[in-house]
Design a protein around this ligand. Structure first.
Ligand code: N01
Length: 487
């Protein structure tokens, strides 16, 4: 890939999902047109391309889960389905001229900082040389397969939720689902009526926040089309609710957390009629300690006559199905592994080599870290979107990425103005922030004693532990003393 020698900066954006498309749009808006977006797959979309399971949706209301610069009057529902979200991102990319910058089917396998520039190599043998790398590689990206005895011995169809096999018949089949995260809950509710028998293998009960999902009427959509302020009104009210939630979540003893727990508890009490089933669905930890499940219909689905909640632990998989420790074989035709993601990979497995040969894999050998989730010391001009320890809990990652990109652009402007050639966080700034972050994380709801993907190998929440409003303020302007700025 040639580096056009316009005297301007050349960029590589890695990943063409929500954050990669955002980066491309914003670079173009800033007049920085010398960039390539590398996408390992054959089309755009990230999460919304990879997840195609029945019932796929986003539990962040659609008017908030979209770019602030591309509001969409045509969302079908408060929580719109996954294919609609994917089409929205594709539409924005097409409308904003992003596609001609994307190299599809090209996975960046290495990135090395040599003589002041980043040298990229893809699995197709393409080499590129750029000034700035924007890593938009996603968070919930690498499927996590469960460590269950005999996993490969099952003779039915088996796949991870993020690798849904649409050639496999669900209708009239005996289907098992392992896991009770947001994904499993959506799948169960969507397919239960199609199956002969649905077995949900629950290791941990979940708190379920009730929700309604009304469709927008044609009149409402016409109104949104005519007056953008109506959409902004919806966004503002949802954002306020989320801010309220974020203020509560960081203080386990807050009234907001009590309120959420009461809502969830009432939902359980009022929705599940069989007392025995209700007890098996009752979590023994604080609501929102794990990522809160928001569902309109999970409790209804699990009470269907053909649904079974299996709470005896799994002993092993066998050719015919799942054997639980009570000795029972749950015979299945299809098994869905809704077992989550390896959440600490971030830009890996790409090999990233910074200044003086610093190897990101080694720097992150214990666990990933970055100053404000964006910059790693000695990896100059390498900036991440939705990187380690950021706000991920029940927020709009679109808003998070937009704020982060705005911050990155302020760093980039210094490079562009020729005021500096290399910018990365200082070790000191990163360590200080990390100490404060770990301390603050102890007061959050995520630290109240449950197993969740928010927790790192030490059991410390690997997320932003302060109010979202503080994140907004932090993203508004870089504290330059936190950066090693070289000319
Ligand atoms: O994954 P998870 P997910 N034996 O890690 C179970 C986002 N998302 O794909 O709880 C038995 O939450 C595991 O059990 P336990 C959202 O951020 C958003 O559902 O650890 N069970 C757990 O129940 C979400 O949080 C939307 O005891 C095993 C489940 O698998 C994130 O994606 C929709 C097991 C994994 O749950 C991930 O959600 C969907 C084993 N060996 C997803 N191993 C929106 O609407 C694992 N489990 C925005």
């Amino acid at each position: 890939m040639p580096s056009a020698s316009t005297g301007d900066l050349r960029f590589a954006v890695i990943g063409a999902g929500m954050a990669g498309i955002l980066s491309a749009v914003k670079l173009k808006e800033a007049g920085l047109n010398d960039f390539t977006v590398y996408e390992k797959a054959g089309r755009l979309g990230g999460t919304w391309r990879e997840n195609t399971y029945p019932g796929l949706s986003c539990d962040v209301p659609s008017h908030l889960y979209c770019y602030s610069f591309a509001l969409n009057p045509d969302w079908s529902h408060l929580y719109s389905p996954g294919d609609e979200i994917e089409a929205y991102f594709e539409g924005v990319a097409e409308d904003r001229g992003v596609l001609r910058h994307v190299r599809f089917g090209d996975e960046v396998v290495s990135c090395a900082f040599i003589d002041g520039r980043w040298h990229l190599t893809t699995d197709q043998g393409v080499h590129d040389e750029v000034d700035v790398v924007i890593a938009a590689t996603g968070v919930l990206h690498h499927p996590k397969y469960p460590d269950i005895k005999g996993l490969d011995s099952f003779e039915g169809a088996m796949f991870h939720s993020a690798r849904w096999d649409h050639d496999v018949a669900i209708d009239g089949a005996r289907v098992g689902v392992i896991g009770t995260g947001s994904t499993a809950m959506q799948i169960v509710a969507a397919i239960v009526d199609r199956t002969e028998k649905l077995s949900l293998f629950q290791r941990t009960a979940q708190w379920v926040m009730p929700a309604v999902n009304p469709a927008y009427t044609p009149e409402e959509r016409a109104g949104f089309r005519q007056d953008r302020r109506l959409i902004e009104g919806v966004r503002d009210s949802v954002a306020q609710l989320f801010d309220h939630f974020s203020d509560g979540i960081i203080n386990a003893g807050s009234p907001e957390m009590e309120m959420i727990e009461t809502f969830c508890l009432d939902n359980l009490e009022n929705s599940v009629t069989d007392p025995e089933l209700r007890e098996r669905l009752r979590p023994d930890y604080r609501a929102a300690c794990k990522r809160l499940v928001v569902s309109t219909n999970f409790y209804e689905a699990i009470q269907k006559p053909n649904a079974e909640l299996v709470t005896d632990p799994i002993e092993a998989l066998e050719p015919g199905g799942v054997r639980t420790v009570d000795g029972r074989l749950h015979e299945l035709d299809v098994l869905v592994l809704a077992t989550g993601f390896k959440v600490d990979a971030f830009v890996r497995p790409m090999a990233v080599t910074g200044r003086h040969g610093a190897d990101l894999g080694q720097v992150w050998a214990d666990r990933p870290g970055a100053y404000l989730s964006i910059s790693v010391p000695d990896f100059p001009n390498f900036f991440m979107l939705n990187g380690p320890n950021g706000p991920v809990g029940n927020f709009s990652l679109v808003e998070v990425a937009e704020l982060q990109f705005g911050y990155i652009m302020q760093l980039v402007e210094r490079l562009r103005a020729g005021e500096s050639r290399e910018i990365s966080a200082t070790q000191d700034a990163m360590e200080r922030l990390e100490v404060a972050r770990v301390e603050a994380a102890k007061n959050t709801i995520w630290s109240t004693g449950c197993r969740s993907w928010y927790l790192d190998d030490r059991g410390i929440p690997a997320v932003w532990p302060w109010p979202f409003s503080q994140f907004r303020r932090e993203m508004a302007a870089p504290k330059w003393e936190a950066f090693d700025v070289r000319t």
